[in-house]
Design a protein around this ligand. Structure first.
Ligand SMILES: Nc1ncnc2c1ncn2[C@@H]1O[C@H](COP(=O)(O)OP(=O)(O)OP(=O)(O)O)[C@@H](O)[C@H]1O
Ligand SMILES: O=P(O)(O)OC[C@H]1O[C@](O)(CO)[C@@H](O)[C@@H]1O
Length: 440
């Protein structure tokens, strides 16, 4: 940022709370200077020391605690904010949008807040998606609905054109709500802004139902996903017990990480087998899954199987064609259907009667409204995102880490995906709950 003007929030008169908040009490006396902060996090802290810092739960000195700052970089009277949501849907996006608008409007008095429609596409004028004016009245009830009132999209857009659009529309803050693709995009926009020497802040609010964003404790919407999946598993169990050798297969989302499938299995402990992308398993052979399933049916006469969409892709063979979406993400083949067919063929060959039901509730789960805990979480994320933005920070994400809300450089969380540790105690809890063999 070129200018070093610091606005003191109490002198802005922007606070509409009836009793003014004593910011120095809530923040301590630390005053952040935009340029120094930016350089310190992105240049001076190596990934290695950053990671050590994260592992050090007692005093993570290099992690910057989120929250209001005593001095602000942006003058709220002249500030324009924009919000964009990209990638797949996820419970809680509307809560985040609502939280951002409310915090910007009521806490800081930012009156010009623009909603960008249909993801990054909406920042390219040729696409013809108009901005929406976001005011408290417009967003006050949107937490009741799943999805995103702004719409979303996948697919590459010109970073230069997006920055041109930010400049043309006098946007000072861009809040991006999305997964690792969106965050990489946000960082690229931030780089272009830096190259041009502009005073625009780019903020990321990590969104993915898969919970695969690295470092942070959890992403919003994840908890709702297994909350919504749990009664579906209960019903799948009813289907399985309703037939002799009844088998229910439920496919849940999880492109690269199986957190939804694994967490659902623990939350609704009627699941007998879980398959996640992180695991290797065989269908055939003495120690393979089909033998284990036969054993289970002979003992209990029913079985419930939960499979993450990215699991078992090796079973399709190396020659099988892979498809990608508009953003280049792999679209996995239908593992639920493959399991159904292979199980049926196996038991036919064994001359063993069975009834198989295959249930795929993926999109129903993803488009649900946030549960209470996620609603609370989304609100907190939005609140902290606004404070970091108004203090002049850029190219950062807000997230909860070791139970504290912190600001992290975008680049640190998109380095790799978070995955289930197959040697870790979380996975052992899954094995304990399902009773499935350690290896198959
Ligand atoms: N390196 C990048 N530079 C610029 N834009 C990017 C980059 N990577 C991804 N994007 C853009 O970010 C947007 C969202 O990406 P993507 O479709 O992969 O979803 P996502 O944010 O990863 O969410 P989900 O977890 O639902 O997949 C797309 O418009 C995509 O083109
Ligand atoms: O079909 P869509 O909307 O492209 O999204 C599917 C993908 O979205 C995700 O939920 C990530 O947001 C993945 O688990 C899944 O592969």
């Amino acid at each position: 940022m070129s200018s070093e003007t610091n606005f003191n929030i109490s002198s802005l008169g922007a606070n509409t709370f009836s009793s003014p908040i004593n910011l120095s009490k809530t923040t301590g006396d630390k005053i952040f200077n935009f340029v120094e902060e930016h350089d310190r996090i992105l240049a001076d802290v190596s990934l290695e020391s950053f990671n050590t810092c994260i592992e050090n739960k007692t005093s993570p000195a290099c992690l910057e605690k989120a929250g209001p700052r005593e001095k602000l970089f942006f003058d709220s009277k002249k500030t324009t904010a924009a919000i964009v949501s990209c990638g797949g849907l996820c419970p809680g996006i509307n809560n985040v949008i609502r939280g951002l608008v409310m915090a910007l409007h009521y806490f800081y008095g930012v009156k010009r807040i623009l909603g960008v429609q249909y993801g990054y596409e909406g920042l390219i004028p040729e696409n013809g998606h108009e901005f929406i004016d976001l005011v408290p009245d417009k967003v006050k009830d949107i937490h009741e609905f799943g999805g995103t009132i702004l719409g979303s999209s996948r697919g590459a857009q010109s970073v230069e054109k997006m920055v041109d659009s930010l400049v043309k529309n006098k946007i000072d803050l861009l809040f991006t709500i999305g997964g690792d693709g969106t965050l990489k995009g946000a960082n690229a926009i931030g780089d272009e802004i830096e190259k041009r020497g502009l005073d625009i802040s780019i903020i990321g609010i990590p969104k993915t139902i898969d919970n695969d964003i690295d470092l942070i404790d959890k992403s919003f919407g994840f908890e709702t996903s297994f909350d919504v999946a749990s009664p579906i598993i209960r019903d799948a169990h009813n289907e399985a017990t309703g037939a002799f050798n009844g088998i229910s297969i439920v496919k849940l989302m999880g492109r690269d990480s199986g957190f939804i499938a694994a967490s659902t299995a623990i939350a609704m402990p009627v699941v007998n087998f879980v398959f996640v992308p992180e695991m290797d398993f065989q269908l055939e052979g003495e120690n393979g899954f089909l033998e284990a399933l036969k054993k289970r049916l002979n003992q209990k006469r029913h079985a419930v199987i939960v499979v993450a969409e990215g699991a078992g892709q090796h079973l399709f063979g190396e020659d099988s064609k892979t498809y990608t979406d508009a953003s280049g993400n792999i679209i996995h083949q239908d593992i639920g259907l493959l399991l159904k067919h292979r199980i049926k063929a196996y038991f036919d060959a064994e001359d063993m009667k069975c009834t198989i039901k295959y249930i795929d509730p993926s999109y129903i789960i993803r488009s649900a409204p946030a549960n209470a805990n996620d609603s609370l979480f989304c609100n907190r994320l939005a609140y902290h995102a606004v404070h970091g933005a108004m203090a002049g920070k850029t190219k950062f994400v807000v997230g909860r880490l070791n139970n504290k809300f912190v600001y992290l450089p975008i680049l640190k969380v998109v380095n790799k995906r978070k995955k289930i540790n197959m040697e870790g105690e979380f996975w052992f809890s899954v094995l304990q709950s399902t009773g499935q063999p350690f290896t198959m």
